[in-house]
Design a protein around this ligand. Sequence first.
Ligand SMILES: [Zn+2]
Ligand SMILES: [Zn+2]
Length: 274
Amino acid sequence: MRGLCNLHAHTTYADGANTCEEMVLAAARAGFESFGISEHSYVSVEKDELANLTPESAPKFLAEMRGLKEKYADKLAVFAGIELDILGDATTDGFEYIIGSAHFIHKCGEYRFVDDGRDGQRITADRFFGGDFYAFAEEYYETESTVASVTNCDIVGHFDLINKNNEGGRLFDTASPRYRAAAVESMKEILKTQRLFELNTGAMYRIGRTAPYPEPWLLRELLERGGEVILSSDSHAVESIDYMFPEMEALLRSVGFKYRKILTTAGFTDIPLR
Ligand SMILES: [Zn+2]
Ligand SMILES: [Zn+2]
């Protein structure tokens, strides 16, 4: 596959299984042109529960990534990124790109994970939205709509994260007009600030989802509104570093995209989809 690039990956600095060097080596072996690790940002509201970069570990991560960039420069371009949550209160100094993500909603003084397993999502819907998943989705998409303006991201991460545990429509129907209106309004708001969204296969690998983020109908909405796409695997281990990338390229082509983005040492560039 031409122009292999993944910028969404996690390591032992957060909740990944492999070290930065193991991930970079796996990317080199798989023939990647460029590869980035986007470690989770520090989020102080939930700091005890989350395996994220901390103010102490972030400089170590950046120094290690600088070393790997030099060591493997003849094989591939290596970038140090951050997956910055909208609640992330970390500095982004020194990071070469930002993936903006909304992992929480803030409701009635509580922070709730958006994708907290099927049971967790049911509890959130019941406790905070009277069992109405569409109201939960509306709240999520309203939060998500600020992701680019708040994080100043280069890439919008897992846009429809709320759909993670919803294989086969077990929790709600993504064809419902209320769900679609909330998602599209959120996308329109984000596009005022950032056009580049990731097509993320993380949940396909980790929990067997059959659709990526964003779902195909959302990819069509994105294309119609002038959005752009970059492939990402949200990989937490070497095995999934390029999971389903050829299939996702075919999906983009079938939706009508003419190119996808990659990051090179010259910046973001287009890879034509032929
Ligand atoms: Zn994420
Ligand atoms: Zn991630």
